[in-house]
Design a protein around this ligand. Structure first.
Ligand SMILES: [Zn+2]
Ligand SMILES: [Zn+2]
Length: 137
């Protein structure tokens, strides 16, 4: 009897504590990652069935022992474009896949970088000049 009372009292306190706030950003990210991984596992398995286990760039061959290093690349870089015939997929080893994407990212970031470089290039002579002027003053 006494135990029952204690339990219900504790249960009450717990219930209000257990009121969960909205999921944290980490939880949202974790769930999104899980979703994406599940999706990737789906098309990866399909792509591995469709294509020989060879990197499309460096022709490195894969077997079960190192298959985790063989990844599925999306030719149009759209991971949501997964036609069943595999026409948007290409098997690439992680290195070539990295290259493929850094090229893509480079061209994206390239403009930003060349902006800042151009900015720095036009900036530094003036900055240097200003310093020189300041120095000579
Ligand atoms: Zn490769
Ligand atoms: Zn890719």
């Amino acid at each position: 009897m006494g135990e029952k009372l204690r339990r219900s009292a504790r249960g009450k306190g717990k219930a209000s504590e257990a009121q969960k706030p909205a999921p944290s950003p980490q939880q949202i990210v974790a769930r999104a990652r899980q979703d994406r991984e599940a999706r990737e596992a789906g098309y990866r398995a399909q792509a591995l069935k469709l294509y020989p286990w060879v990197c499309g760039r460096c022709a490195r061959e894969f077997d079960r022992t190192n298959l985790r290093e063989l990844t599925v690349h999306h030719r149009d870089h759209n991971h949501d474009n997964n036609p069943g015939d595999g026409s948007n997929w290409e098997l690439l080893c992680v290195y070539c896949h990295d290259n493929e994407h850094s090229r893509y990212i480079d061209s994206d970031y390239g403009s930003a970088e060349s902006h800042s470089q151009a900015g720095a290039a036009t900036h530094s002579p003036f900055a240097g000049l200003a310093d020189l002027l300041k120095g000579s003053d």
